[in-house]
Design a protein around this ligand. Structure first.
Ligand code: CTP
Length: 436
């Protein structure tokens, strides 16, 4: 064996020590059960590329669930089993998750009389996968721990930077792989192999993508738009003419590329300010990608992706309000904070960040960043309780008063609770005067 196929050193060097110990223990447990255990797929690919990836997928030649229970027990983890598919997910006390799958003989009714071919159920399991670079495995059993298993030339393709399918029906069996090919090739700067590209184009001619459910199409798109820099993949989708499957009028223009870059900038700004919590980054990119679609086409594209109708209505409404706000900001000199608040109130962070990317003029950009950073948190110090104590009869007037007080606070007209109460008093007196 050549030295490059022994990856135990690489594992030790690249992974946290506890994970190496975990993998060694997994190998020991498999051994004790008479099984063989492998870590496979994206984890191995990224290990060899020197990229961080802690998505551990184990494949067991043996009974996956039995193995998973024993492994979970050893590390005081939890396990949830899918007996029908013989898969399991182990959750360690730290929250770390490990997927376990079973490579089974009985899945593959192979002619028993095949000569001299040593059948490995692992090999059959890996053969069903998308690209050669995703078919690499590492042995975990003691005595062979760390040895690379490469049935389909994945290592060479990793080195050459090529995305290659395993057989010619791959895209037909699973058209989502068309988008996966784009995603991996853009992520790693790999090219799609010539034959693979022909097969991909063949699959496009068969209109298989049109038959993909919106849910699956959205899932692929979401993955692409969640890449650290999605622009190369979006470009490649445009080059392969894949955008039309989302909407026939969806194009990537030079201006559109500019907007994607601006989106990246607005997202980096946001991350610096607030971290990534609760932000659907892919949604910000989706809004930017759909920028040139009018409201009607925008809705049609979202419907193609099987976004729920209610969500589409919300997005349409928010988008309309954002566009009006941007127009307003552009035209208005020195807009007040309360006016900014009223224009942007209730818009999702995703919509606002799209707006921030889309805004051309400095005034609009400042308005949106100011809103995100400060204004949207502003609340009056007084509450409905205080209004009640003042003897104001309950009703829709409460909302009106509280909004007025909030606006005054935004514009610096009141600074504290006392001043707010004085303001309420004043409003009330004026009301009474008017009513008289
Ligand atoms: N797979 C496949 N066909 C698909 C989806 C997945 O063959 N349509 C296989 C791939 O070989 C992949 C494995 O299932 O390695 C796990 O899928 P996933 O977690 O989506 O891929 P990763 O390779 O881990 O990619 P990522 O780094 O984006 O998570």
């Amino acid at each position: 064996r050549s030295r490059e196929r022994d990856l135990s050193r690489t594992l030790e060097r690249s992974l946290p020590q506890w994970l190496v110990e975990f993998l060694r223990e997994a190998g020991k447990i498999a051994d004790s059960l008479g099984y063989r255990a492998y870590v496979v797929g994206g984890f191995v690919r990224d290990l060899l590329l020197g990229q961080k990836n802690l998505d551990v997928d184990l494949v067991i030649e043996g009974d996956g669930p039995i193995f998973a229970r024993r492994l979970a027990e050893t590390f005081s983890g939890r396990v949830s089993v899918h007996e029908k598919f013989k898969t399991a997910v182990i959750t360690l006390p730290s929250g770390f998750k490990i997927d376990v799958a079973t490579a089974r003989w009985e899945y593959y009714a192979y002619p028993a009389a095949l000569p001299t071919v040593e059948l490995s159920s692992l090999k059959l399991d890996l053969f069903r996968r998308d690209f050669t670079i995703n078919t690499l495995a590492i042995k975990l059993n003691p005595g062979e721990f760390g040895q690379l298993v490469d049935f389909f030339g994945g290592l060479r393709d990793l080195k050459d930077g090529v995305i290659r399918v395993l057989h010619s029906l791959s895209f037909v069996e699973d058209p989502t792989r068309i988008f996966r090919a784009v995603r991996f090739s853009a992520r790693y700067g790999f090219r799609i192999g010539r034959h693979t590209l022909d097969l991909l184009k063949g699959a496009l001619k068969l209109n298989l993508v049109d038959r993909l459910s919106g849910r699956r199409l959205l899932n692929e798109l979401r993955h692409i738009l969640s890449e650290r820099d999605p622009l190369p993949a979006i470009r490649q989708m445009a080059e392969l003419d894949l955008l039309r499957f989302i909407h026939p009028d969806l194009k990537l223009t030079e201006e559109g590329e500019g907007l994607i870059k601006e989106t990246e900038a607005s997202l980096s700004w946001y991350r610096l300010q607030f971290g990534e919590e609760n932000l659907k980054i892919w949604m910000v990119y989706l809004l930017s990608l759909f920028d040139r679609l009018d409201q009607k086409r925008f809705a049609t594209a979202l419907a193609r992706l099987e976004i729920p109708e209610k969500k589409i209505r919300t997005l349409l409404e928010e988008r309309g309000r954002l566009f009006r706000a941007l127009e307003h900001f552009k035209k208005t000199h020195s807009i007040s904070k309360s006016a900014i608040y009223r224009s942007l109130e209730g818009l999702s962070s995703e919509m606002l960040l799209y707006g921030l990317a889309k805004a051309r003029d400095q005034a609009s950009k400042q308005a949106i960043t100011l809103f995100l950073r400060e204004l949207r948190k502003v609340r009056p110090a007084i509450t409905g309780q205080d209004l009640k104590k003042l003897g104001i009869p309950e009703g829709p007037i409460y909302k009106k008063i509280l909004e007025t007080v909030r606006d005054a606070r935004l514009d610096g007209l009141v600074q504290n609770k006392e001043e707010e109460l004085q303001l309420v008093h004043k409003i009330f007196k004026e009301k009474e005067k008017a009513n008289r």
